[in-house]
Design a protein around this ligand. Structure first.
Ligand SMILES: N[C@H](CCC[C@H](N)C(=O)O)C(=O)O
Length: 263
């Protein structure tokens, strides 16, 4: 019997499994079964909290398609809420410092990486404005914030057919590990509007790492200040970053219910 907590960050929803007391085996097929919104519990990502020898906990993230992700910003805030207080948590993407103190949890998401082989992309290229285009989406900035993101700045995010273009870009061979696809509009230097097609999941209400990658890209290009508010369909996140330092993301984490399922 699988015991879980159902949680979300701005509508990006999760099945959180606390495996710190007893191990729980999750692989791709089981993650897909859990995420299935008709035959399973239903969620964007599955989050497994495990014991760690080198940190307060180790966390694994699985997308709805069963693929494992190196990082998940909204889920990290949910983990911070469950663990409570201050915690250092290791993920595939690195070591995150989580804080559940204050009105909304904050997570230090580590420092962004920009080199072509850190994103990764398939060949050396200028990651600040990649020499590629998919119809009107052109010259994205590529950023690794633990996971891979392509950030497109556009005049109107709502005018982009992200449900059609997202999967094409996600699976383009220029991204050997696939990519998350962000389309952003700079409303002013303090506020960015963002929609995200997530690698392995599709359109979501919010994407924490997407907000981080987009804020970093905007600040690095002088289009935004720090802190900057990122407005996603599901709500707002506040991102702080200074070049050379870590990214700090603050926003809500919502507990919905706990349950058990024979999955
Ligand atoms: N789809 C992402 C993982 C979840 C990211 C998102 N839910 C977040 O809040 O950061 C990836 O494959 O890299």
């Amino acid at each position: 019997m699988l015991r879980f907590h159902k949680m979300h960050g701005l509508g990006n929803d999760f099945v959180v499994i606390d495996a710190r007391e007893a191990p729980v085996a999750i692989d791709g097929p089981r993650a897909r079964a859990i995420a299935d919104r008709r035959r399973g519990i239903g969620c964007d990502q599955i989050v497994v909290i495990e014991p760690s020898d080198s940190a307060d906990a180790k966390v694994r993230f699985f997308n709805a398609d069963g693929s494992e992700a190196e990082s998940c910003g909204n889920a990290s805030r949910c983990v911070a809420t469950l663990i409570g207080g201050e915690a250092r948590v290791e993920t595939l993407g690195g070591l995150l410092h989580m804080s559940a103190e204050g009105a909304n949890p904050s997570v230090d998401m580590g420092s962004p990486r920009f080199d072509w082989n850190q994103i990764p992309i398939a060949y050396p290229a200028d990651t600040a404005a990649m020499p590629v285009a998919w119809e009107e989406l052109e010259a994205p900035m590529a950023v690794n914030v633990g996971n891979t993101h392509a950030v497109f700045f556009v005049s109107d995010t709502d005018a982009v057919e992200l449900d059609r273009l997202g999967p094409i870009i996600e699976h383009d061979p220029i991204f050997p590990n696939r990519t998350n696809v962000n389309v952003a509009t700079i409303e002013n230097p303090d506020r960015i509007r963002l929609r995200v097609w997530e690698r392995g999941t599709g359109l979501t209400e919010a994407c924490g790492t997407g907000a981080c990658a987009t804020a970093v890209a905007a600040i690095k290009q002088g289009k935004a200040h720090s802190p900057v508010t990122v407005a996603l369909p599901g709500g707002e996140l506040v991102i702080e970053w200074a070049p050379g330092g870590p990214i700090r993301m603050t926003g809500p984490a919502t507990y919905v219910y706990s349950g058990e399922a024979d999955l």
